[in-house]
Each structure stands twice: as structure tokens, then as C-alpha cells.
Design a protein around this ligand. Sequence first.
Ligand SMILES: Nc1ncnc2c1ncn2[C@@H]1O[C@H](COP(=O)(O)OP(=O)(O)O)[C@@H](O)[C@H]1O
Ligand SMILES: [Mg+2]
Length: 398
Amino acid sequence: MRPSRDKCLYGGRGSGKSHFFAESVVANAANNIGFRVLCIREVQKSLKESAKRLIEDKIQTMGYGSMFNIKHDEIETPGGGVITFTGMNSQNSESIKSYENYNIAWVEEANVFSKKSIELLRPTIRAKGSELWWSWNPDSSDDPVDKFFRGLTLPDDAIIKRINFDDNKYFPDELKSEMEQDRKNNPDRFAHIWLGDYAPQAVGAIWNMANIHSNRIHNIPTIGRIVVSVDPAVSNTENSDEHGIVVGGLGEDGKGYVLDDVSLKGSPQQWAERAVAVFDKWDADSIVVERNQGGDMVRHTLKTIRPNINIIDVVATRGKHVRAEPISALYAMNQISHVGSFPELESQMCRMTASGYDGSGSPDRVDALVWMFTKLFPSMINRPVKRTSNRQPSSWMS
Ligand SMILES: Nc1ncnc2c1ncn2[C@@H]1O[C@H](COP(=O)(O)OP(=O)(O)O)[C@@H](O)[C@H]1O
Ligand SMILES: [Mg+2]
């Protein structure tokens, strides 16, 4: 590739993006004394999520084993350089400065890299001839990296390349059969996962990603009331649904905020423990649980973990998507913000349509979300719908 400050590879799964950049990291470090590389992602909870293992493998297969010193959390490169692995979540505007004289920053999974992270990282990497490498599987045209590198005005001199599995001469058989399966059964998924198109939106969806993105914030505002909302799955087997557990609050500004999604599969004991833990974490006021499926079992399960917890139980009298619509209306009026991003919850939301859920499994995270805002915005949800010819806007609209 010609020299340029930004090098981007985006596209579908299995196109060889990670392998290509990992090999390039090793080749550069082997051929340039004291070379420094920062492998960075938005969130790195452990080294397992990083490219460290892949880079170690490349050092071996490329025959450079004796030149590198692999340590627990970094790799020393020939002549006193280093390959460092970190997440933006553990950096601030001060700490990031320690990477100023790095030669390359490789941003992995750049589709979830925030605008703020892009703005912090770019001026940090400033050594003479330094480069930023970006690899990602696209999700939404609203994602900051897509706006930055696939928008109307592009940074000077950037190399931006879309690649897919058919560009990968090492595309393994295991991935090939998975890909063929999707090509046959699920064209939408095929185009998104394997061809690198943006994620499809269900036709007639009552939420849309653009709205969620444009209202998204990253710092927690002042919140009045916080609730944890649980939609417990009925059974607990390998194929059971997830227990939806979502946390949200009502801000002092009167808007709604989604704060956490800690949904999980598991036993009743496990969801109850998780729900109580997240209740404590957010110092919540109450727990909302849907009662009709497990009856008093749900209440009982919670009380065995925390006897005096404040439970609000709700009973479903209307169908899922009917309950969901007033909440999607709140979103449409920009009354709800997600604090951070919740990919699984958000993709379930964008598959809820006026006639039901258009995804696989059951939309447990959405259910929990809907109950949560139903309780946080009671006035709008419980008011009787007047079907007169001359409808007045409800009070919450004024
Ligand atoms: N340079 C390479 N050498 C060996 N195998 C490769 C190479 N590039 C890609 N592969 C194979 O293709 C698969 C997909 O590559 P990967 O880099 O993980 O793709 P992506 O990051 O685009 O999803 C890898 O798991 C590996 O089996
Ligand atoms: Mg990859």
C-alpha cells in the first residue's frame, strides 16, 4: 500500500482484515528498529479481546520468533519498540498522550469507535510518518467511522478499501459453509454479515437506528428515578430465551434514559441475582417484573435474593407490539436517549414492527425496555385513547 496517514479496510466477515493488519504490524516492527504500535479498540475488558494472540501467531508463522519478546500484556519489538494493547475505555485525554510517539495505531472493530475516541486518537498519533489503521464490519451509516471515512468529505490521502470473503484466498471451509447457509436462508443477514452492507432494518419497524444514534449520549445526566426492568424467560434450557434485564431512568429534564442492558440466559436464581446486583449498582428505586408468565414465582425468586426489595409487578393485557408503540412514539419525539450503546437491545428494537417481531427468538430485551418506560412515563401510557375526529395532543406532547 502507498504511504498515507489513514488506511481503512472495511467489509464482511472473514475477508482477512484482521490477518492482513496483524501481518503488517509484525512486518513493520521486524524491519524498523524501535517500532511502536498501538492496538486499540473502544472497549477492551481483557487482553483476550485484543489482537495480541493473532499477532503472536503471526510472529511465529512469519519466522520472527527470536526477534520479539512476548510479555504478559505487551510485545517488545526489535530495538526497544513495543506493541501495546488497550481500550479507549481505560484512557482519558491525559493518559492517551503517552502514545504520542507511536508509529501506528490500529483501531480494531472501528464500527463501535465513538466520535470522541476518533477526536482524541487522531491528534495523539503524531510522530513523523505515523499512520492510523482502521478495520471494521459496517453496522450503520450513522456510525462515526462510517461518517468519517465514507461520508461526503474524506480526510486527505486516506486509503479506504472495501473487502469481502471473496478477496480472501485463505477463506476457511468452516466459514464458507456458514456463509452459504446465510446466502440461502437469510439474504438480509448475508448482505450485512458477509458482504459488509449496513445492517438491515425490518420493513415497517417501529424504531430506527438513526433515531437511536442521533439521541445517543455518553455521559450520564442527572437522573431522578431509576428502575430495573426484568422480563424473565419461562424455561431454562439450552434453547431458552434470554431473561431481559434493562436499567433506565427518568432525567430531571423529563426525558427517559437507557442506562444498562445486562440480559442473560440462565436459571431463575441467576437472573434474580443479576437483577439485584444491577439494582445496587445503579442505586435503583424499584424493580419492574412482568407477572403473567411465572405468577408469584417471579416475586418469590426476587425476594429470596433480597427480601425487602421494592417490586412493581405488571400484568400484560395487550400484545407486545401494542405495548411497544407508545414507547416508540417517545423515541420518535426525541424523548429517549441511550447512554452508551446496547447493540443487542438496539437490533431487537429495529426488528419490532407494527405487526410483531421480525427476528429470531423472542425480543426479551425490548419487552423489558417497554415495561420500564411504561412505568417511568405512566401518564401517557395509561391515559385512555380518545378516538374523536378532532384529536388533541396528549399532555406529554405539549
Ligand atoms: N494471511 C492469512 N494467512 C492465513 N489465514 C488467513 C489469512 N488471512 C485470512 N486467513 C483466514 O481467513 C479467516 C478470516 O480472516 P480474518 O482476518 O479473521 O477476517 P476478518 O477480520 O475480515 O473477519 C481467518 O480465520 C483465517 O482462517
Ligand atoms: Mg476481524
